[in-house]
Ligand binder design. Structure first.
Ligand code: 13P
Ligand code: SF4
Length: 349
């Protein structure tokens, strides 16, 4: 039962002991107490690239969620071990597409459309889904490169299956000029389309998944900000529903939101529609700007928040004791196929 200060001291000691052999990547949505010890922070694309480039670290203690740790394992060598400080740090969106549902959907979509579809998956998906996408000629995307990747996919086939976030898929496709009635939602629970138009017109098939954090931003929140603070700029993450993105001034990935706030002039006002830990950190680090959350009752991402100081320390102590706990390993075949999808993205990202 160490105090917070004692835990922090011990974490510093362990970091010093291991030096460059220990690497702690931290996603922007992590708690401050964890970010304080991160060797690098970033969005999901940046963290994947940073892990891939790191050849020195033997132990990678990933402060983020399960799918990110899986990706780190696949992009690093067999000599490098990836740990997740709390195995319960999952992602509800990634859980909305399992491989059985995806295989079933694919069979039905092939019957409907023949060989005209390329699959894309948001990196917020399991390694099994990334492998599926890789072996069918598709690629992963992140919120920072979704435009590039959807544009690329459109040059490959007539139609795209976009997994698992319908909102990122829809928002990106709209930006690229695809009409809303050229998109159909696939419901993986009932194995059917939610669409009453002519299926032949469909260019993008959106998997019916969402982020339970970003779906909490509403058009009412936007209207409230517009009425209460007429000078506020509203910027939201593209995991928010289309209506919210359309009513806002700007949308962009975690990285783009941070860059926009950093570049903004002093005195400007910003309502941000993304995860609360990040919004609070932006508020604290930009006292010269007025920054609020687009939804004042917003919760942080609860699964991201499962990584805290005690779990981080526990994970580090297990490395000191040479016990291999909470190790994230993706099997060889899944890795091989997933890397096809990840590499198609990383070449263009
Ligand atoms: P990015 O890090 O790609 O912006 O994604 C946000 C997110 O929800 C991570 O889980
Ligand atoms: Fe998943 Fe949303 Fe949390 Fe990101 S913010 S890890 S998409 S639940």
């Amino acid at each position: 039962n160490l105090s917070e200060d004692e835990m922090k001291t011990r974490i510093r000691e362990i970091k010093e002991q291991f030096g460059a052999k220990l690497f702690i990547p931290g996603h922007h949505y992590q708690k401050d107490e964890v970010v304080e010890f991160a060797d690098a922070t970033g969005d999901s694309l940046q963290l994947a690239q940073i892990c891939q480039a790191n050849e020195q670290a033997e132990h990678i203690v990933f402060c983020g969620v399960h799918f990110m740790a899986e990706t780190a394992d696949m992009l690093t060598t067999d000599e490098q071990t990836v740990y997740l400080p709390d195995m319960r740090a999952g992602c509800s969106m990634a859980d909305m597409a399992n491989i059985e549902q995806t295989e079933r959907a694919w069979t039905k979509l092939q019957e409907q459309f023949g060989d005209t579809i390329i699959p894309l998956t948001y990196v917020n998906s399991t390694a099994a889904i990334k492998a599926f996408v890789g072996r069918h000629g598709g690629a992963t995307v992140t919120s920072s490169n979704a435009h590039t990747m959807v544009e690329w996919a459109m040059t490959q086939k007539e139609r795209i299956l976009f997994l698992p976030d319908q909102h990122l898929g829809r928002n990106t496709a709209v930006d690229l000029g695809i009409a809303l009635d050229e998109m159909a939602v696939w419901d993986p629970i009932h194995d059917r389309f939610e669409y009453d138009g002519d299926l032949e017109k469909v260019k993008v098939i959106l998997w019916k998944g969402h982020c339970s954090v970003h779906e909490n931003f509403t058009v009412k929140n936007v209207e409230w900000v517009r009425e209460t603070y007429p000078n506020m700029n509203i910027i939201v993450h593209p995991e928010c529903p289309y209506e919210v993105v359309a009513a806002s001034d700007q949308n962009g990935s975690t990285k783009k939101i941070i860059e926009t706030i950093e570049a903004a002039a002093p005195g400007t006002e910003w309502a941000i529609g993304t995860e609360m830990n990040l919004v609070n950190r932006l508020i604290a680090s930009h006292p010269d700007k007025k920054i609020i959350s687009l939804n004042p009752y917003m919760c942080p991402c609860l699964t991201m928040n499962r990584i805290d100081l005690p779990h981080l320390l526990w994970s580090l102590e297990s490395i000191v004791a040479n016990e291999r706990v909470n190790v994230i390993t993706v099997d060889e075949e899944t890795t091989k196929q997933s890397l096809l999808a990840l590499d198609r993205m990383l070449q263009r990202a």
